[in-house]
Design a protein around this ligand. Structure first.
Ligand SMILES: NC(=O)c1ccc[n+]([C@@H]2O[C@H](COP(=O)([O-])OP(=O)(O)OC[C@H]3O[C@@H](n4cnc5c(N)ncnc54)[C@H](OP(=O)(O)O)[C@@H]3O)[C@@H](O)[C@H]2O)c1
Length: 188
């Protein structure tokens, strides 16, 4: 970590075969119908308290476009009133004043602009941005929610890496829905 005690976390949900979306970008398969008897139940109060600990979100433009599509269909905005930084070289609609666009050097952006300002920085996808985040050595934690489904093909959790990245398994939780959440610390 640089200068501050900030933490950069990558979090996404993926199929067991490692995809975060189908090749056409659709995520309809995220709604699974499994039941794991011994699993934990997600307590809404806990989720709400946990979300409060996140200080800002970072996402790629294609993930932002998916989020806007969800909102247009009435599913709401998942990021509350927290600052959301969208990486893009294009002109995209700014639907709320918590959204800010950035284009350029990702390492410089994270280390010089985000880390001094925010304690808990969450990268929420997609695969291209998560790949960059790992390749550039910016991530401290990877949270991987595995859903009980195989989809065969699609956009990978992170795009191809040019080296191995050693991880430390810090936490595992299995839920009644059949989802398993894996939390890894990136070994520096
Ligand atoms: N299952 C899950 O939990 C989950 C989570 C998130 C996303 N998703 C899915 O994943 C898909 C999107 O993932 P993706 O890998 O295709 O794309 P992405 O990572 O969301 O976005 C990549 C785009 O971000 C922009 N960008 C990246 N780095 C930049 C930089 N340093 N400066 C300026 N712009 C930069 C570029 O777009 P421009 O052309 O705009 O410059 C790039 O093409 C969607 O289908 C979404 O639904 C799933």
């Amino acid at each position: 970590m640089t200068k501050t005690d900030s933490t950069v976390t990558i979090h996404m949900a993926a199929s067991l075969d490692g995809f975060i979306a189908r090749t056409d970008g659709s995520v309809d398969w995220l709604e699974t119908s499994d039941e794991f008897e011994d699993g934990e139940t997600l307590d809404p109060g806990f989720v709400e308290a946990f979300l409060k600990t996140i200080d800002c979100y970072v996402m790629g433009s294609r993930t932002y476009e998916t989020a806007l599509g969800f909102e247009a269909k009435g599913f709401g905005w998942s990021y509350g009133d927290k600052p959301v930084f969208v990486l893009t070289r294009r002109e995209l609609p700014q639907t709320r004043n918590t959204v800010e666009f950035y284009s350029g050097d990702l390492a410089q952006f994270v280390n010089e602009r985000l880390r001094p300002r925010f304690h808990s920085i969450w990268f929420v996808g997609g695969g291209a941005v998560s790949g960059d985040c790992l390749r550039l050595g910016l991530a401290d934690v990877v949270r991987y929610s595995v859903l009980p489904i195989l989809i065969g093909d699609g956009i990978q959790f992170f795009e191809k890496l040019d080296r191995d990245i050693a991880l430390h398994l810090a936490e595992v939780k299995a839920y009644k829905s059949g989802m398993v959440e894996l939390c890894y610390e990136v070994r520096k």
